[in-house]
Design a protein around this ligand. Structure first.
Ligand code: ACK
Length: 874
């Protein structure tokens, strides 16, 4: 029998491999170890006091990995007080800690001769400090955490059976506030082997939930739950802010809110991944990417929609899930009325056109002539009357729709016959007379045809020929060449309401929701709202209303704008959605422009745009104006207030009408000839004798250019209309706005050429602006820094440099200005003193507006340097 109580200490290391789990040990992810004795391969260096108490013993596990253990077994001696103190453990960010002890303890009953001295417990203690105290150790500084007893002790017999009973106990320490702490184990006479000591705290580990990531979070001891905000994973957006709670036990609880994968991405293992090629996702959401619908494809990953295969289309407004189909031809054609030489036809719009139908092409020919000669007509609506047909003749006709994507398929051939010619059923007595009449008629017709051919030939020679030039008739009788559309004056229609319905879609009032009033027009309020057409997406719209109590003429004039706008289709012209004329209030519905009119928009964002942004806006306006002038439409009221700006800074020309445009414009003033004209924006010839042309629009464009570059400054400031007319007539022009690029100022001056044929065409303006956009460096040279003479209004009446030699000459030029009297109040004797004139001086003499003040002061300074350095040519 082994009577030496310390003998088990020598056996214990050999047995450890049976009780200690093999490395590597994986701890739960929410536990962060601060100390793990098993992980240390060398000596732990803990302090034993007294030195013959706790002993550090090395052992190996089954992988022969060394481990360190501490043992004490002074059971034969009285008054044991053996301390073992760990190294200093930095606290990190946690407040509460866990101490996990694995140990074996010998049953006192199994040790002979020790009764009365042997113990079966030991104490666990801690000490908080802000720094490592090294080997300095004082018992009384430690606070007790607990007395540790074994759940299982072992006897010598167990050892003989090679069964070692390992106890595991976990105790909490905290909340702690100092920077670190020590643990201590106090033995008072037990036979104990400390096999491992682990100290850890708990955290809620980094996790992904509801497509949001939540960072590692250490719970606070003072709060049972910590609320943590998540961040949406890449390629996702918050639907509702993602949040979760971290418990003191290091568990994530109660996820709230979530993120959704962007269009083109789907959720895969808690991340948003691009849709694979052949798939698409058009909206934000956590649905999966869908396979491309029939006859469509997506070659790239992350597609928002699938493109249609060649010759397959999707109608505008069709959802991305819709299959692509070949354009459906016009199918149902109906004969409405037939006479001897005309027929009226109507047809149904194709069910699935490949975009908005711009117009229909109607091709017809005599059946017998087998398409060797045919006529082509265009119609915007679904009906047409064919005139000039032969009586009693069979014709074949085909119709096809045209959209921005091109022509759809032609309808099957439709046959119709004109009525028989009753002129041949007359009586024999009168046949002589009739024959003479017919011969004369035939002669007249032949003559007319001959003349027609001759005129036609002449016209063909004087115009550039289009490769497939054919005679085209428009519903209203205008003759045009293919590819060139013409603006049709709605007043040429006998019934203007016919014009509205030819060019504007009638909307059902129930499809329109009015949200709020955004402004006032001459005929009623302007509102913002929404338009939801069947099987189309809801869109934001602006709604102009016609207020009650209107006269017939007011209604006609109001709707004339829609008849005009409806003829245009250009990205820089405000788009007409439709009209409501069959119920009240009468409305004109257009696309919605989020930033409202350009003048107020620029004033709101003074000096906030780059030169390129401003040129981009100007380019848009010029492009819209080019389209209008190509269509033969003269705007007459082009001004920044009549340009609308959308959320992408796209500028669109708006406010169309005839004479009423000018009635409605608060800027328009009566001229001596009785017309109402927006003087500051209008070319001299239009003011003088109402010569409104695209060239007068170009003048107005120059003023818009000036308005844009001066961020919505009022042209000619507070000068009276009469002074403006006079000054402009005498050759003075607005000066360059502050920091205006020289090229743009030159363009303004060109637009303000007195001789209208010398003004640039809109096509040229667009190309000048395009060049500037391609070469933005050219915007850096500003007009103010060039050697351009700097009087308040610049003389461009002659191509000569205006004389700047004497103060009198210059003051002569100034005499047309509103401040001419004012200047007589400023005492000056030389350029030097005038150059020192300040805005305060100008205020004193009545120039109160900041714009003119700034301009005058800078002009005086420029004049000063000019007279010092001598005149410089423009
Ligand atoms: O500067 P605003 O907000 O923009 O004030 C005027 C007002 O109505 C009177 O004309 C606004 N407005 C006119 N048409 C539209 C439109 N299509 N979209 C947005 N606002 C518009 C204009």
């Amino acid at each position: 029998m082994d009577c030496n109580p310390r003998s088990h200490l020598y056996i214990l290391p050999l047995l450890l491999s049976f009780v200690i789990p093999a490395f590597p040990i994986i701890y739960p992810p929410n536990e962060v170890n601060l100390l793990d004795s098993k992980a240390s391969q060398g000596e732990l260096g803990w302090i034993s006091y007294p030195s013959h108490g706790w002993e550090e013993i090395s052992g190996v596990d089954e992988h022969y990995t060394p481990i360190r253990t501490f043992q004490v077994c002074n059971v034969m001696e009285y008054s044991q007080n053996n301390w073992l103190r760990t190294n200093w453990i930095p606290r990190q960010s946690a407040q509460k800690f866990y101490v996990e002890l694995k140990f074996t303890l010998r049953d006192c009953n199994s040790i002979p001769l020790v009764l009365g001295t042997c113990k079966e417990t030991f104490n666990l203690l801690y000490l908080e400090t802000d720094d490592d105290q090294g080997s300095h150790f004082r018992e009384h500084q430690f606070s007790k955490i607990d007395t540790i007893a074994a759940d299982e002790s072992f006897t010598q017999m167990d050892l003989g059976d090679r069964i070692l009973k390992l106890n595991t106990e976990v105790r909490e320490v905290g909340p702690l506030s100092k920077k670190g702490f020590y643990l201590a184990f106090q033995d008072v006479g037990a036979c104990v082997a400390l096999v491992s000591v682990r100290v850890y705290f708990k955290k809620c580990p980094y996790t992904l939930r509801n497509l949001a990531s939540f960072p590692d979070t250490v719970p606070m001891d003072s709060q049972s739950l910590v609320e943590v905000k998540g961040s949406c994973v890449n390629h996702s957006k918050e639907e509702e802010p993602p949040r979760m709670y971290c418990s003191t036990e290091g568990e994530w609880l109660v996820p709230i809110g979530k993120c959704l994968c962007n269009a083109g991405y789907e959720e895969r293992s808690n991340t948003c991944q691009m849709c694979r090629a052949g798939f698409y996702k058009s909206t934000l959401g956590n649905m999966e990417c869908s396979k491309c619908p029939p006859h469509s494809f997506s070659y790239h990953e992350g597609s928002l929609h699938c493109g249609c295969e060649k010759n397959y289309f999707r109608a505008e407004g069709d959802p991305a899930s819709m299959a692509c189909t070949p354009p459906s031809p016009v199918t149902v054609i109906k004969k409405e009325k037939t006479s001897r030489n005309s027929v009226s036809l109507s047809w149904q719009q194709p069910e699935r056109p490949n975009g908005i139908i711009l117009d229909y092409e109607i091709k017809y020919y005599e059946k017998e002539e087998q398409e060797t000669s045919y006529t082509i007509l265009r119609a915007r609506g679904c009906n047409v009357t064919l005139n000039g047909l032969k009586p009693n003749t069979a014709y074949l006709l085909q119709i096809r729709a045209r959209t921005a994507a091109g022509y759809g398929a032609s309808s099957p051939s439709f046959q119709f016959e004109t009525s028989p010619d009753s002129a041949f059923s007359i009586s024999s007595e009168s046949s002589q007379v009739v024959l003479i009449a017919i011969s004369s008629a035939v002669a007249i017709i032949l003559l007319t045809v001959l003349l027609y051919i001759l005129i036609g030939r002449f016209c063909c020679h004087s115009k550039t020929k289009h490769p497939d030039e054919k005679r085209l008739h428009f519903g209203n009788g205008h003759l045009r060449l293919p590819g060139i559309r013409t603006y049709v004056d709605p007043h040429t229609y006998e019934d203007p309401s016919q014009a509205v319905h030819e060019f504007a879609k009638e909307l059902d009032a129930s499809c329109i929701a009015i949200d709020k009033v955004v402004g006032a027009g001459e005929f009623g309020e302007v509102c913002s709202g929404r338009l939801k057409l069947p099987s189309k997406k809801e869109i934001c719209v602006a709604i102009k209303t016609l207020k009650g109590g209107y006269t017939d003429k007011q209604r006609r004039d109001f709707l004339a704008e829609a008849s005009i706008m409806g003829q245009f289709d250009h990205p820089n012209i405000i788009r007409l959605e439709g009209v409501v004329t069959r119920s009240k209030p009468v409305m004109i519905v257009t696309e919605y422009m989020e930033n409202g009119s350009l003048d107020s928009f620029l004033r709101k964002h003074d000096a906030q745009f780059t030169g390129i942004q401003l040129v981009g806006m100007l380019r848009g306006i010029a492009s819209g104006m080019k389209y209008l002038s190509d269509m033969g439409y003269v705007h007459r009221d082009l001004a920044a207030r009549n340009i609308l700006v959308n959320s992408n800074l796209v500028c669109k020309v708006s406010d169309f009408g005839l004479s009423r445009v000018l009635e409605d414009d608060p800027e328009a003033a009566y001229t001596t000839r009785g017309g109402k004209i927006p003087i500051r924006w209008t070319a001299p010839e239009a003011i003088a004798y109402r010569k409104f042309t695209s060239a007068s629009d170009a003048w107005s464009y120059g003023i818009v250019l000036w308005e844009v570059m001066s961020y919505g400054e009022r042209p000619y400031w507070e000068m009276s209309n009469q002074d403006v007319i006079k000054a402009v007539d005498e050759g003075y022009r607005l000066p360059p706005p502050m920091d205006c690029p020289a090229t743009l100022y030159q363009l303004m001056l060109d637009c303000w050429q007195k001789e209208r044929n010398n003004r640039p065409k809109f096509e040229q303006i667009v190309s000048i602006l395009d060049k500037l956009i391609r070469n933005p460096g050219s915007l850096k040279i500003t007009a103010n820094t060039t050697s351009r003479p700097a009087n308040l209004l610049l003389d461009r009446s002659s191509s000569e440099v205006p004389s700047m030699g004497t103060m009198d000459d210059w003051m002569d030029g100034m005499r047309t200005l509103p401040c001419k009297e004012a200047f007589s109040g400023v005492s000056y004797s030389s350029c030097d003193t005038l150059a020192k004139t300040s805005t305060e001086d100008l205020k004193k003499v009545g120039v109160t507006n900041v714009g003119p003040q700034k301009k005058i002061v800078s002009s005086l300074k420029a004049l000063d340097s000019h007279t010092k350095n001598g005149p410089v040519p423009v």
